[in-house]
Design a protein. Structure first.
Ligand SMILES: Cc1cc2nc3c(=O)[nH]c(=O)nc-3n(C[C@H](O)[C@H](O)[C@H](O)COP(=O)(O)OP(=O)(O)OC[C@H]3O[C@@H](n4cnc5c(N)ncnc54)[C@H](O)[C@@H]3O)c2cc1C
Length: 457
């Protein structure tokens, strides 16, 4: 394998790109590659801070000529490995957001986060289909499906992608949509970063300005009552209502409100697209399930959407393992409580169940490769990768998923956690797996894009 020295890069690669080119040992590299998930410290051989599609294409061609793997990073919310020896393209400088209020679409550069789209769309009475945290990058999320707080009404974010600009392994800049390359367009929306680097994405916005939503925290002692009420209650909800529930072991951090600090709590997340009166009436059975610690559900502007899940905002070392559930019968809830309930000493920070169905269960208008649509719920176990837990957390999260195996099916790619090609390919049936691999072999015959959730390595 070629090693790179700074003079080689300056002479060779730097003149080809407008953005910075850094070697792994450059003191500026640590800031350039800093990720939200600090479980891994990126150790690429070279970093290209791309400013435009031409920069990305130049970096890919340069890496291809030297037989190097290419990785891409926007925010590092989905960092799954240390990217050792890769040519890493960082996209943070590609920050354009353009909203077309008439077509109800947004066109964004590869480094944009959802918060920027929410802000740009709001003046037109529109909103994007972002996920639980608006700090997540726009591109990686829909490429892996994209399940957000309006999922039961509008489906996956991938279902609303209209066009992508993509740099292929050959360094070509392609415009990909349902007409130009239907198979690649199908695979890209659900098959993640396996086919190239997306430099621009165009997608639908939806006419939403406000929600009746937020979170309710229940005490850990009420976990059984709350979870059993939840599993029957969700069956009665309309598609306008998207919910999830999480068992949270809150850290003893001073910035947390006193009733939550260091406590085991159950967190119901609620988003209703309709009148506050209707939203409150639908929520009443959960409000009656147990006394609450904090009830934060109210009418709110869409721009406050992060307050539904209250995801962490500071970088942290985390490990996650996810699955989907075909159903959530009483026995499944009992098992979940037996593995991760308030009486169990287990270092999982969060065990989350999201309710699927509605539009998330229907194929997109232009079908795509999103896996897991047939599931009823998602399941996610997440814990810290700090101190001795860094050794044990992968097994702890896996063990929770294993215990839920009687009800489990596949997984959503965005919630799978770190996994090799066998596990990733296992999310699709034989026919879709063959379709994905055919597109992969056509677009990336030498497997340059093998980081992240790789189909082939
Ligand atoms: C706090 C938090 C909340 C989350 N909430 C949700 C949620 O509600 N719903 C949901 O579905 N997912 C959710 N996720 C998962 C998230 O959508 C994925 O981890 C996603 O890949 C993150 O994308 P990123 O660009 O921010 O991260 P990065 O780590 O920068 O990228 C992750 C991967 O995305 C792909 N990618 C990124 N940019 C490009 C590009 N330009 N071209 C091609 N591939 C690219 C690559 O495979 C890359 O390895 C959440 C994750 C976190 C940490």
């Amino acid at each position: 394998m070629t090693t790179f020295s700074t003079p080689d890069l300056i002479e060779d690669l730097a003149p080809l790109v407008a953005g910075p080119v850094l070697t792994g040992d450059d003191p500026r590299t640590a800031d350039e590659v800093a990720a939200f998930n600090t479980t891994h410290t990126p150790r690429p051989a070279v970093v290209v801070g791309a400013t435009c599609a031409a920069d990305v294409a130049a970096a890919v061609r340069w890496a291809a000529a030297r037989g190097r793997a290419v990785a891409v990073q926007s925010t590092g919310h989905g960092l799954l490995s240390d990217l050792a020896d890769t040519v890493l393209v960082t996209t943070g400088r590609m920050s354009t957001v353009a909203v077309d209020p008439v077509a109800r679409t947004a066109r964004v550069g590869a480094g944009v986060r959802w918060a920027q789209v929410i802000e740009a769309a709001a003046p037109f009475g529109l909103a994007p289909l972002n996920g639980s945290s608006s700090r997540v990058g726009v591109i990686g999320y829909p490429l892996g499906g994209g399940l957000g707080p309006m999922a039961r009404r509008y489906g996956f974010a991938a279902d609303h992608v209209r066009r992508a600009e993509l740099v292929s392994a050959g360094g070509e800049i392609l415009s990909v949509d349902a007409a130009t390359d239907p198979e690649l367009f199908w695979a890209l929306r659900g098959g993640k970063g396996n086919f190239g680097i997306v430099t621009e994405l165009e997608f639908d916005l939806v006419p939403v300005t406000s929600l009746y939503g937020g979170g309710i925290f229940f005490p850990g002692a009420a976990a059984a009552d709350v979870l059993h009420t939840y599993r029957t209650w969700v069956q009665s909800l309309p598609e306008e209502t998207t919910t999830s529930i999480a068992l949270l072991r809150m850290p003893p951090l001073p910035e947390l409100p006193e009733p939550l600090r260091g406590q085991f709590v159950v967190h119901l997340r609620y988003a209703h697209l309709g009148s506050p009166q209707e939203g409150a009436a639908l929520l009443a059975p959960m409000r009656a399930a147990a006394p609450t610690v904090m009830d934060l559900v109210a009418e709110m502007p869409y721009a406050a959407v992060d307050s539904i899940h209250m995801d962490p905002t500071d970088p942290m070392p985390a490990w996650e393992r996810g699955a989907t559930l075909r159903a959530l019968p009483a026995e499944a809830v009992d098992e979940l409580l037996a593995v991760a309930g308030p009486d169990v000493d287990v270092p999982l920070v969060m065990v989350e169940v999201r309710h699927l169905g509605g539009a998330a269960a229907r194929p997109a208008r232009v079908p795509n490769a999103v896996a897991g649509r047939d599931a009823a719920f998602t399941l996610l176990a997440l814990g810290p990768m700090a101190g001795p837990l860094a050794e044990t957390m992968p097994a702890i999260t896996q063990s929770l998923v294993d215990r839920m195996a009687p009800w489990a099916g596949g997984a959503l790619l965005n919630f799978l956690g770190a996994a090799g090609p066998d596990r990733v390919l296992g999310l699709w049936d034989d026919a879709d797996r063959a379709r994905l691999l055919a597109v992969k072999h056509r677009l990336d015959p030498t497997t340059m894009f093998s980081c992240g959730h790789a189909l082939v390595r």
